[in-house]
Every structure is written in C-alpha cells, then in structure tokens.
Design a protein around this ligand. Sequence first.
Ligand code: HEM
Length: 406
Amino acid sequence: MTTCPFHQPLLDLDNFTHGTPREAIADLRRQHRMLWQDDALNGGHWLVLHKADIETLLRDPATFSSSFGPLLEDFPPELLEMQRQAMTFMDPPRHRSRRALVDYAFRKDVLDARKPMMQAKVAEIIDGIIDRGECEFVSEVAMHLPVHVIFTLLGIQKSDYDFLVRAINTMTLANDPDYAGDRAEGFAASASLVAWAAQFAAKRRKAPGDDLTSELLRAEVDGRQLSDEEFAVVFQGIIIGGTETTRNTLSWLIYELIQHPGQLARLQADPALVPAAVEEILRYRNTVVYTRRTAMRDVAFAGENIRQGDKMICLLASVNRDPEVFERPDEFDISRDPDLTRRNMRTFGFGVHACLGQHQARLNLEMMMQEILSRMDSFRLLAEPVHFRSNFMDGFKQLRIGFERR
Ligand code: HEM
C-alpha cells in the first residue's frame, strides 16, 4: 500500500486558505497512481488522482457506491438515513427514477424559456452596483443569479432567501469557522434545511403553484408520490448543487481576468469568446474539489487492494490540471478549444451522478459575464481576496473589486 510520505494536503485545511493546493496535488499525481492517507475521521481514505481511474471508479456504482455520501467525513447515522432519500446518495436503479424527476427542468432545450427571467435579473444585479464603482463581488454580484434562478423555479418567497442561503453556507462550508464551528454544525444546518423544506412541501401540497416544487409533489416515482420528507431531501440537493458552485466559479472568473489583463482585453474586444472563457474557468478553477464513493466489497483497483468500506476520494481538481489531459494545464488561457475542454474536464463529475445542472450553470455564467463586459470596465482588486477554508468547495468569501462604468 502506498501511503502519503510527506504531508496530508487534503486534511490540513490551512492548505486551502488560498484555494485548492494545486501544486501539492500535482506532486502527488506525479508520484502516485493512488495513495492512502490516514485520517482521524474513520481510519483513512484513498486519494484517486488520475482521470482514467476516476472514470472507471465513477462508472461502477455497484462496487463504488454513493450511499455514504460525497464528503470525506461520514454523516451521523440518523442523518445518513434521511440523506439517502437524495439522489446524490443513491445508486442505480433507484437513482435513475429519482433523477428523472428533476432532470428535465435543467435540460439544454428548456433553458431558452428561462432566459428572459434571467436577463431581467442580470440587469438588476448590475444596476445595483454600477454607480458605486466598487463592490464585494461574491455577495453583491456572484451569488444573486444562481439563487434567483433556482429559488424562482422552486417557488420560494423572497422572505425565505436569507434563511436558506445561510443554511446552504453552513452546510457546504462547515470546515470554515466563519460559517460553522465544525462539521457537526454543518450536519445540523442540513437537518434544519430539510425540516424547513418538508413544511414548505406540506404548504404547497395544499396550495399548489406553477413551480417545480408543485410538479415534484404531483409526480409519481415508482408508483407513488414523494413524501414531504423525501421531497425535502431532493429540494436540498437542487438548492445546494445550484447555488454555491456557480457563484464561486463567477468570482474566480473575475479574479483571473484581473490577474490576466491581456485575456480580459481580448474578451472585451470579442465577447463571442465568453463561452470559451467560461469553459476555461470551469476547468482551471473547478469549485468542487472532490467527490467520494465507498467500496462495497474487497476489490483490486488501480494496483491496490481495496477493502470493503474504504473511502475513495476522487480528486476532480487533479484531472483538470493533469498535463496528460491538458496542454499547459497550469496556464489560464481563454483561447483553448472549448469543446475539447468541455469533453476532458471533470468539473461536473462523471458517470450516473454527473452534474444535472451543468447547462444551467454555463448559461448563468455566460449571461452574467456578457452583462458585466458590456457595462463595466477597468476592473481591479481593492483588497486581498479572502478564501473559504474548505477542502470540498473552492471559492471566495470576499472579493472586493473596483471598476468603472463602460
Ligand atoms: C459551476 C457550477 C457547478 C459545479 C462545479 C457542479 C458540480 C457538480 C459535481 C462535481 C457533481 C457530481 C457529484 C458526485 O458525483 O458525487 C454535481 C452533481 C449535481 N449537481 Fe452540480 N455543479 C454545478 C452547478 C449545478 C447547478 C446550477 C445545479 C442546479 C440544478 C446543480 C445540481 C446538481 C445536482 C442535483 C447533482 C446531483 C446529481 C446526481 O446525483 O445524479 N449543479 N454537480
């Protein structure tokens, strides 16, 4: 068994205070096919570093199951039982029918109808800051469109936004003391979100509206309707998947364009490059660092003997900077062929759980970027950005920028 000889890049959260430690991950990838790290959480876990191995693993849910969740940390047993109603925690064949319930709402061909609503919001977001010449980009710009799109689709009232956004932050960023004392507080936030959503479902059942929530509650899965609690867990998956990730990606894009003025100038001169810039930031700064699967039996894999119960941590961040997958992987370059980048990056995972919101995410990012480029100019950092202290989600807590009206 190969064990990590020198440090534990994924376990020491101080390694994540300036984003994903990509150099350390590159070192590990150069030296190992896969490696074992001891941890205080549950004995240890495997780090899977190479694209082909990650794909083989994610393609085999019977051997490598999602049923213990996507996080390095184990869920407490009572919460795990509840979370197993979420598609993220399901394996086929059950996963298929649950995913089919929501998949259609995020298919590429249904997004066009959503564009006018999104365009109105995009304009409103920039109207809100344009006269000031400066803003805290994460909270004043990047988070608003993804939250608005998902919450509007689900029929959530504006008065509930704050509670839900706080709960999402606490859950996904529980490693960061600014959001939660520890992972347990994150798990508690998850339980309170699910309880809120179950009540929301009960109300909507009595008074349905024209929204995804009412459709989900009406739909039949395997011959019956979802219970309020089952709905709540599906709801949780959609709002978590759809908000943090996209806001972090947009923040990274602005940051990298400020760091690379030549590329910003090219984008400003030719906004048709926006989709390529979006693809490149998705590759270069993938915000979901890893996903986990759990071995369901003893099995030989990637030259190692895996034991039943072993945690397999698939480092998506490793694939996107692998020189065997991308030329000059550590260069941010918006002139890459976006189709090639899209095919090879693993930002959105792989296999049956590959992100169902990826078309929506791209559309959010492209529409925001078009609006920003058409109305703003002369971007600059006003302060050192503040990163999350998380080994799961890569993004900023604060990104203060200055700009001029274009
Ligand atoms: C840049 C933005 C996004 C990134 C980086 C991202 C990343 C990911 C990744 C890596 C997975 C796979 C997790 C796994 O295999 O365990 C995933 C799944 C998922 N994503 Fe996204 N996502 C993004 C945007 C969205 C949006 C906008 C939605 C809105 C609906 C969404 C909803 C979901 C859902 C529901 C799943 C679970 C799918 C399943 O288990 O079958 N995501 N996402």
